[in-house]
Design a protein around this ligand. Sequence first.
Ligand SMILES: Nc1nc2c(ncn2[C@@H]2O[C@H](COP(=O)(O)OP(=O)(O)OP(=O)(O)O)[C@@H](O)[C@H]2O)c(=O)[nH]1
Ligand SMILES: [Zn+2]
Length: 290
Amino acid sequence: MPDTLLKGLVVASYGKRYGVELEDGREFSCVTRGKKTDLACGDRVQIKLTADNEGVIEKMEPRQSLLYRSNSFRSKMLAANVSQVVIVLATQPSFYEELLTRCLVAVEAAGIKALIVLNKCDLGNADEALAKLQDYATLGYAVQPLSACQDIEPLKPWLHGETSVLVGQSGMGKSTIINALLPAAMVRTQEVSAVLDSGKHTTTAAHLYHLDAKSALIDSPGLQEFGLHHLDPEALELAFVEFRPFLGKCRFNNCRHLKEPECAIQGAVATGHILPARLAYYQQLRQEMT
Ligand SMILES: Nc1nc2c(ncn2[C@@H]2O[C@H](COP(=O)(O)OP(=O)(O)OP(=O)(O)O)[C@@H](O)[C@H]2O)c(=O)[nH]1
Ligand SMILES: [Zn+2]
């Protein structure tokens, strides 16, 4: 029955090709109709089979969430329908707080939960790195210390029942985490690449792995460029969670919280309700928008 539409899940995206897993577990290499490329790993779709191991994506189901990463030129979809973003940091090499901030902004704007994992806690300077993350814990973000190469167990309860996407700078230990959670992952990645790459060198944008019947993990490439060009100023100020009680209380209702007089956000910094560093990150991102 070549015209039957089959329900599936996008488990890999390779440029213009997508790996789609059907409900029975079979996976097919699929293309979209025309020039449509606005699909992401985690999207629920309906496909029509065209030949052995090939399919065309005919329909996409509505999304619950969509996480973007973008650079200065364009935004790209990172993952769809995720419930949680796991930001992987490490004690060494030291992480960029600016990148963490950008990532948290993207997560808030997408309406998703965030978990901050501090990996490599077996190395010497864990206390220092954890102290740095205390500010984020105070803001309400979950922070989980980990040593992925020694014991992955502390991470597991956080992933249960969630569709999580792992993001992090190169070298923080994402691959180590995935391999510890899912020892067969590497094998599977290679098999899928062989099917989908068809001899060409394409990079995987993201890949979804099932941890169990209720939990999935999406691996994504580094987030070195976590531009936020898809956001508008309102979304940006809302993404700084501790700003929310003060929004709408500035003298000017179009206040950018840069140098305006009688700004409630700057006032909250002066009274110790908002950290100066958070305002500085906000202002940097706000200025990128103008
Ligand atoms: N000491 C220590 N080293 C770790 C831990 N987790 C990972 N590493 C090491 O850190 C290095 C980088 O780990 P990867 O898992 O390759 O990092 P990645 O984030 O996947 O990096 P990319 O592949 O570049 O994206 C490797 O040498 C790992 O062995 C840990 O918990 N403790
Ligand atoms: Zn203001």
